[in-house]
Every structure is written in structure tokens, then in C-alpha cells.
Design a binder for this molecule. Structure first.
Ligand code: SF4
Ligand code: SF4
Length: 425
């Protein structure tokens, strides 16, 4: 950290000793995994800085905004419509759920066989180490998988400000009506929290800010089609992770800036990874900060990740919201239309996701797919079997990996990933 933020963390109620431990682990992981890479684009300096200040400057910005009366809303899922939040000048931050913390305490409240992502949310709260959770004026939970849905009953007892949103499980007209009703309820709640009533101009502005952010990320994705890949999958993942908590306008500018640089790299044929390296599409559960284990294993085994079919990746960022409506209802409908296309594995049946994986494999010239499922994640682990079967039938080599946030299986995963890379070479 470039400045001492101790007083701010204390005021937020963090456990300074535990928090310091977390920062040390984060810093070391970042050093070993990201800074150790060769041929990184210069534009990554900005994202290195953001990461180095993730619990510092960014939190200070949020705290300062709160002093001016602006609100901070925390979320765990890409179904929370950021457009509505931005339209009230509030900030939406994704809450990191990518590391084990305070496991013993967590397992007093949740069964051991709960996915790491849910346990991590509890661990960060119970360990008092997350300044984002502590700064949030409201935390949004969403009834997606059974694990999340039921765990929010316990999470609601740990935080004073949990708002739970229901979500459909089928892409039927009834499902869409449910999503619409929930988004209207959410709009009312956000209006109540912020004291700002939405109008057409405000919602259009919110849509524009979020669409621009998605356009920039889309531009970045397109550049990853080149061989040699102008940016590593790890760095691209980091940008996709920063998407969830940076200031959106500054983030958009920084992504566009790195894209300019990557375009130059492509013109001169220089890359972050040697030309001809095996290209992998990563598909499955979201990779929240600081869960970098599998991408690190893949890229230190000689392959490059060229795309993520994931909520931290294309599942969360593709598709813009139509901003042409001229009434509040039309714009709200456009938001519903956009989010209803998210192909999360909680939907049944879910053929769009399989098609999306196939389309991405072709678009990014991937030689194979690695399907990443968190242990005890029913939606993605169950869907992994038909997805793997269908991809193999279509001639797309696929490796199914189920893991968690511990480092115990690193060697075993490395052996399997290396064998897969040999197969697709
Ligand atoms: S996997 Fe589904 S539930 Fe999880 S963040 Fe993505 S959309 Fe939300
Ligand atoms: S969808 Fe899977 S990874 Fe996501 S919270 Fe539910 S069980 Fe965990």
C-alpha cells in the first residue's frame, strides 16, 4: 500500500491482524503469479496499481463518496443489474469470494460440503477482512443455486443489510416475468436506499456507463483471437476481475488504452506467449479474486487461455443493454432482456450455454476446453458431464476439472493439465 490506511480499516471494523495476513498472502500470490510473467503489456501497470490499492485507495474513494451521501451496493452475482445502481449514482462492487478464510468459523454455520465460493463469502465476513463488505450500505444476495439461496438465510444474520432477490430457473415466459418483477422491486429498493427516483435520463446514463464498460472488455476479448496472443490469460482474467470493483469510467478508459497497445502488438507480431502455443478456452464456475490457481497452472504448463466462458468473463460481459427506449418501462424491459440471456448453469435446461462454449471455441481458435467446476457446485458439476460429452462428440478435446481454493491438489492438477496440453498440441 502506498499510504497507511490503518485508521480507515479500523473505522470500518476490520480485524487488522487478520487483514494484514490476508494482504500479505494476496501480495505474495500476486508477485509470484502475475509479476513473474514475461512480456506483459505496459497497460497492465494500471491494473497492477489497482490491485496494489484494492483495499486502500479504492476503499478510500468509496468511503469519500459515502461521505457525500452516495451509496455502495455489494453483490455476488452477475444477475444484479448494475445499470439500475449506476443510474442512482451509487456504486456496485463485486464481493471477492476467491479464497478460503476463517474456515473453522465458517463450518460452524455451513456444512463442509458447501462450495468454496459460498464459504469464502462467509469467511471474509466472519474473519472481518473485507473492506468492501464492511463499506456496503446494502448487500444483494440472489436465489440462484440451492447453496447460495439457503446460505443467505444464515448470511442475513451476519450482516445488517442483506437484500435477497429471487431469480427464475427456466427461460420461459413465466421466468421472464419473474425476473422483470424482481428487477422492478430491486429498482424500488435502490431508490429507497439512495433517495433518488429513476427517470429516463438517469437510466439511459446508467445503461451507457455499463455498456461502455462491456464494449471495452469485448474489444479486449476480440484481440485475444490473435496468435501469438497479445496478452496472457492471467492478465486478461485480472482485467475481468477488476471489472467488478473499479470505477467504471476509469476502468473503461484503461481497458481501451491497453487495447490500443495490444493492437500495436498484433501488428508487429509480438505476443505475451510464444506463437503456436496451445490455446485453451476456460469454461465453468466464476473465478473470483484471488482465485488464480487453475489459470496459473495452465499458463505455466505452456498453454495460453484465450477466453473465459465464465461469469468473470464472457458470460457476465457479453450482450449490451438496448438503450433506445424512450420510457422507463421500455428501458427496464431492455435490461430484463439483456440479463435473461445470461446462461448460468442454474437454468434448466440450459442449451444456450453449450452453444456459447462451442461458439467461443471456434471464435478464439481454441484447441481445447478446460471445464472448471468447484467441488460441491451442483449446477456446474452436473452440467459438466453433458457439456464434456457434447464437446468431445463435436471433436473438441475437453478436460473436466473439479477443485477448490486449497493448494493441496496443485501437483495433481498440473499433471492432468500437462497431459491435456500434450493431447491438444
Ligand atoms: S454462476 Fe450463476 S449464480 Fe454464480 S455468479 Fe454466475 S450467474 Fe450468478
Ligand atoms: S453456482 Fe456453484 S459455484 Fe456458484 S455459488 Fe452455487 S454452488 Fe457455488
Amino acid at each position: 500500500m502506498t499510504e497507511s490506511y490503518e485508521q480507515m480499516w479500523k473505522d470500518l471494523g476490520l480485524d487488522l491482524v487478520a487483514h494484514d495476513m490476508l494482504l500479505q498472502v494476496l501480495g505474495k500470490g500476486y508477485q509470484d503469479i502475475f509479476l513473474a510473467q514475461k512480456s506483459r503489456p505496459q497497460g497492465m501497470d494500471y491494473f497492477n496499481f489497482v490491485l496494489s490499492e484494492v483495499h486502500g485507495l479504492r476503499i478510500k474513494e468509496l468511503v469519500d463518496a459515502k461521505k457525500e451521501g452516495k451509496k455502495v451496493i455489494g453483490s455476488f452475482c452477475v444477475f444484479v443489474p448494475e445499470e439500475i445502481v449506476r443510474a442512482t449514482d451509487a456504486t456496485l462492487v463485486g464481493l471477492c469470494t476467491g479464497a478460503d478464510f476463517a474456515t473453522e468459523e465458517v463450518e460452524k454455520l455451513l456444512p463442509r460440503n458447501t462450495c468454496s465460493l459460498i464459504k469464502s463469502a462467509f469467511g471474509f465476513k466472519l474473519g472481518k477482512v473485507c473492506p468492501y463488505i464492511e463499506s456496503a450500505d446494502m448487500i444483494v444476495g440472489e436465489n440462484t443455486c440451492d447453496g447460495k439461496k439457503k446460505s443467505y438465510e444464515a448470511f442475513g444474520r451476519l450482516v445488517p443489510n442483506l437484500y435477497v432477490m429471487d431469480l427464475p430457473q427456466m427461460k420461459s415466459p413465466e421466468g421472464k416475468s419473474l425476473l422483470k418483477a424482481e428487477y422492478y422491486k430491486f429498482k424500488d429498493r435502490v431508490e429507497q436506499l439512495t433517495g433518488i427516483t429513476l427517470d429516463v435520463a438517469r437510466l439511459k446514463k446508467g445503461i451507457e456507463i455499463v455498456n461502455n464498460k462491456r464494449r471495452a472488455i469485448y474489444r479486449l476479448s476480440q484481440l485475444r483471437k490473435a496468435d501469438p496472443a497479445p496478452i496472457s490469460g492471467l492478465d486478461a482474467l485480472l482485467i475481468n476481475q477488476v471489472f467488478f470493483y473499479d470505477d467504471p469510467i476509469r476502468f473503461t478508459q484503461s481497458v481501451n488504452k491497453i487495447c490500443d497497445e495490444l493492437e500495436e502488438r498484433i501488428k508487429t507480431g509480438s505476443g505475451a506467449i510464444p506463437k503456436g502455443s496451445p490455446r485453451i478456452l476456460l469454461s465453468g464456475c466464476p473465478m473470483a479474486v484471488p482465485n488464480w490457481k487453475l489459470p496459473w497452472i495452465i499458463e505455466t504448463s505452456g498453454a495460453v487461455i484465450v477466453g473465459e466462458e465464465s461469469c468473470v468473463g464472457e458470460r457476465g460481459t457479453r450482450n449490451l443493454t438496448d438503450d433506445t427506449g424512450s420510457t422507463l418501462d421500455q428501458l427496464m424491459d431492455a435490461i430484463v432482456d439483456r440479463y435473461f440471456q445470461v446462461d448460468c448453469a442454474i437454468f434448466t435446461p440450459n442449451p444456450d450455454r453449450l452453444q456459447h462454449v462451442k461458439d467461443m471455441t471456434a471464435a478464439y481458435n481454441a484447441n481445447g476446453v478446460i471445464h472448471y467446476g468447484l467441488q460441491f457446485c451442483q449446477p456446474y458439476q452436473m452440467e459438466a458431464m453433458p457439456v464434456e460429452g457434447a464437446l468431445e462428440d463435436a471433436g473438441i478435446p475437453t478436460l473436466r476439472i473439479d477443485t477448490d481454493y486449497s493448494m493441496e491438489d496443485v501437483e495433481q492438477l498440473k499433471t492432468r493439465v500437462e497431459a491435456f496440453i500434450e493431447r491438444i498440441k
